[in-house]
Design a protein around this ligand. Structure first.
Ligand code: SF4
Length: 329
């Protein structure tokens, strides 16, 4: 069977107008995802991954704007849709969950009312009774015990993990084709994180939705993603089918991120950490944007920004030295 992409991003450039001029937080990104698949987008904070997800949702706050590129979703370019057309897609066909559900949930309303509100935005004809039944069903689907009782609770009466389940229930209540999960488990402890990831996987199998999982945590991506894109300073610097990026990283930044995964048996201080920080979009270094932090950098790296090119089938990296095994020896 031919697998066609649900979402294809081509040459996306999202910029912010500032007093010092226009800066690009996302700078020429190409990505795609098929139905039923999970794309993990990884990078440190400030690398552009959250602006990328806000661009897909057309929720980039002013003075930001999509300056160039196409966001093709099921045959339509989201970058060109009118505000009402986009509203119909947002929350209906594309839904999003964030890191801290407390900031997305309204503390003044019960969770039941908030789920119903989300449903009503896309189904104005359903009766109050059927919406209540559907909302309780949505809570049961995300494994909230005693859902009918929990329906009448307020967000502050729930744990962080429970609130994230409510957010997932709200996001999935309209049966989206694509779920964008931006650091969905970062605020949760390890056990609850594993439960939420397991829940997302199960719901994906049941519904066939595609998931874009945005995280700084390669461990989460390793567990969930069919394909991985590593972002740095607004660009994708490495892309591969899931395991390849972990078994055979081809960009020094990915290598550094992998070295930064804490392992219990290792001394944290001895881990290969990446020195320095992601550059500000106001002050990008010339040539390869990673060169000031790269342990393999050579003088030529400061001269030209390497293109993302195929190293092995389906595995691309933007490093002039790739394949790294040849370069490192
Ligand atoms: Fe490092 Fe040079 Fe490769 Fe950039 S191009 S990642 S600086 S080796």
């Amino acid at each position: 069977m031919l697998v066609t992409d649900l979402l294809t991003i081509e040459g996306l450039r999202t910029t912010f107008q500032t007093r010092s001029g226009e800066v690009a937080a996302v700078d020429g990104v190409d990505l795609s995802i098929a139905r039923g698949r999970t794309l993990g987008i990884v990078g440190e904070s400030g690398c552009g991954k959250s602006v990328l997800s806000l661009s897909i949702m057309r929720l980039v706050p002013p003075p930001g704007r999509i300056a160039a590129g196409r966001i093709m979703f099921d045959g339509r370019n989201l970058a060109e849709l009118s505000a009402p057309e986009m509203r119909a897609i947002r929350g209906g066909r594309i839904a999003m969950i964030f890191q801290e559900p407390m900031t997305s949930l309204n503390p003044a309303f019960t969770i039941g009312d908030q789920i119903i509100e989300a449903m009503r935005a896309h189904d104005r004809t359903a009766s109050a009774k059927s919406l209540r039944a559907r909302a309780i069903g949505a809570l049961e689907r995300v494994r909230i015990a005693a859902a009918a009782r929990r329906f009448d609770e307020y967000p502050h009466q729930m744990s962080g993990g429970m609130r994230q389940r409510v957010m997932i229930a709200m996001a999935l209540s309209c049966e989206p084709d694509l779920l964008i999960a931006d650091e969905p488990t970062t605020a949760l402890d390890v056990t609850v994180q594993a439960q939420i990831l397991d829940l997302l996987r199960t719901l994906q199998q049941q519904t066939g939705m595609a998931i874009i999982l945005i995280t700084h945590d390669l461990g989460v991506v390793a567990e969930m993603a069919d394909e991985v894109a590593v972002m740095y300073a607004g660009r994708v610097v490495e892309r591969s089918p899931g395991p390849a990026i972990f078994d055979d990283p081809q960009h020094p930044y990915t290598l550094g991120l992998l070295g930064s995964i804490p392992k219990i048996e290792e001394d944290r201080d001895r881990l290969l950490a990446i020195e320095g920080a992601v550059p500000s979009p106001f002050d990008l270094p010339p040539g390869c944007r990673f060169h000031p932090r790269c342990v393999f950098a050579e003088p030529a790296c400061a001269e030209a920004d390497p293109e993302l090119r195929e190293i092995t089938v389906g595995h691309r990296a933007a490093c002039r030295l790739a394949p790294l095994e040849d370069a490192v020896g």
